[in-house]
Design a protein around this ligand. Structure first.
Ligand SMILES: [Zn+2]
Length: 65
């Protein structure tokens, strides 16, 4: 599960990140695909199917090369 929510005033650069989003439009639950344990997870809140989308999120890794 994703911990915390991205802040609008994030100082980190944002990247298009694949996420699982709940197919129920009244439910705001989503999780990073990278952090999902299942290939096709169901919503932990309402148990509905989740659909693949992209979100602008800061990168997970803090390692800079
Ligand atoms: Zn849901």
């Amino acid at each position: 599960m994703e911990k915390g929510f991205p802040r609008n005033s994030s100082p980190f650069p944002l990247f298009e990140t694949p996420v699982w989003k709940c197919s129920d439009t009244s439910c705001t639950c989503w999780m990073r695909v990278d952090l999902a344990f299942e290939e096709s997870p169901s919503c932990p809140i309402c148990s509905k199917e989740m659909v693949l989308e992209t979100k602008m999120l800061p990168k997970l890794t803090t390692v800079k090369s």
